[in-house]
Design a protein around this ligand. Structure first.
Ligand code: PLP
Length: 366
């Protein structure tokens, strides 16, 4: 298969796709496709409970967090989270890229939002140090996006709000780096992410929520989007996206068995992700033609935007890369240029192939 650098929906591991294809019309002798099963029947119940257990094990997620399988994508969570948590109507947001900017705007429909930092004027290339954040003490929660998919900016570690004098829970949009590295869950109140990067098909949204935060939502919140209700019903308040959950479960199984550099599971995935990013950024920083503008210590391991100093060559580069089996490298429409997304399913060999191609392109056009 060609190497697929899509930012999402993104490439899935080939063994997962092959297994899903083999089980498509008859899941484990049941005579049914997973798509044809009742979500409350014993077959699907075994699928979702195994997926949940594997996901918890993979991430070392403590038992005091509930895992919710929801729908609506991360953008819906931008409304669902304040509808569930913003009882005082005050929210602080760290705007470090295009997605957290959207989160701040959506939360402002339900709460008084303070943008504690906003790096938009500088083009979202940096994260100011935590010592400069003027967090309010009486907010419902503090929101950040752990990895800005469009801008290529990632928190190397999640902040500890308590040491910053803030007792409010931290809410994390981890859509594009969940399962790419371990998180320090002791610092998190709630995290959410669309599945369509490291986890599975679009249509499934993961929510990890501290059980102590589960309470009645604001009256305007649809019941299907009440975290308390969805948690109580084991993600079965209404019909969940069953086939997407099944595929995500296959990805979790694959990830638990993933081996790299003598490691296994999430540690192995993180090690490979670190190596892939180092390979690509190393080349970009040596290149006379290509560059990445993000400050090095906040560069994303998952999404690497890059540009050509001769921007007129961008379309030629993208066309030739596509013909060479390096797919979906076009940058986000708001940024232009190029972007390579290096999610878990991308092997180191794929990044090596990209770097080799860029080197050759530079020799021919530099
Ligand atoms: N947040 C982040 C970090 C994303 O990368 C995306 C999509 O790429 C979204 C939010 C929006 O997600 P969705 O399209 O699932 O609503």
């Amino acid at each position: 298969r060609p190497f697929n650098f899509s930012a999402g929906p993104a490439a899935l591991p080939l063994p997962v796709l092959e297994r899903a294809a083999a089980e498509m019309t008859d899941w484990q002798g049941s005579g049914m496709s997973v798509m044809e099963m009742s979500h409350r029947g014993p077959e699907f119940q075994s699928i979702i409970r195994k997926a949940e257990g594997d996901l918890r094990q993979l991430q070392g997620l403590p038992e005091d967090f509930a895992i919710l399988f929801m729908q609506g994508g991360a953008l819906a969570e931008n409304a669902i989270v304040p509808l569930n948590l913003a009882h005082k109507g005050r929210v602080d947001v760290l705007v470090t890229g295009s997605w957290s900017a959207k989160s701040a705007n959506e939360a402002a429909r339900y709460a008084d939002v303070q943008r504690v930092v906003d790096t938009q004027p500088g083009g979202y290339l940096d994260i100011p140090p935590a010592s400069t954040w003027a967090l309010r003490s009486d907010v419902d929660y503090v929101h950040l996006c752990s990895n800005e998919t469009i801008d290529g900016v990632e928190f190397a570690e999640l902040p500890d709000l308590q040491t910053l004098g803030c007792q409010a829970p931290l809410v994390v949009d981890c859509s594009s780096n969940q399962l790419s590295r371990p998180f320090d869950w002791s610092r998190v109140g709630l995290a959410f992410g669309g599945a369509q990067k490291n986890i599975g098909p679009a249509g499934l949204t993961l929510v990890y929520v501290r059980r102590e935060l589960l309470r009645s939502p604001l009256p305007a919140c649809p019941t299907a989007f009440s975290f308390e209700t969805v948690a109580r019903e084991g993600s079965m308040f209404n019909t969940p996206p069953t086939y997407a959950i099944y595929l995500a479960g296959l990805v979790f199984e694959w990830a638990l068995g993933f081996e790299y550099a003598g490691l296994r599971g999430l540690a192995a995935l993180e090690a490979q992700n670190r190596d892939k990013a180092a390979l690509l950024y190393g080349f970009l920083d040596r290149s006379a033609l290509f560059f990445n503008p993000v400050r090095p210590d906040v560069r994303s391991r998952m999404n690497v935007p890059f540009f050509l100093r001769e921007s007129g060559l961008t379309d030629t580069f993208l066309a030739q890369a596509g013909a060479a089996g390096l797919l979906q490298l076009k940058g986000h429409k708001s940024k232009g240029g190029c972007r390579a997304s290096l999610y878990n399913a991308m092997p180191l060999a794929g990044v090596q192939a990209l770097v080799d191609f860029m080197q050759d392109f530079e020799r021919r056009h530099g």
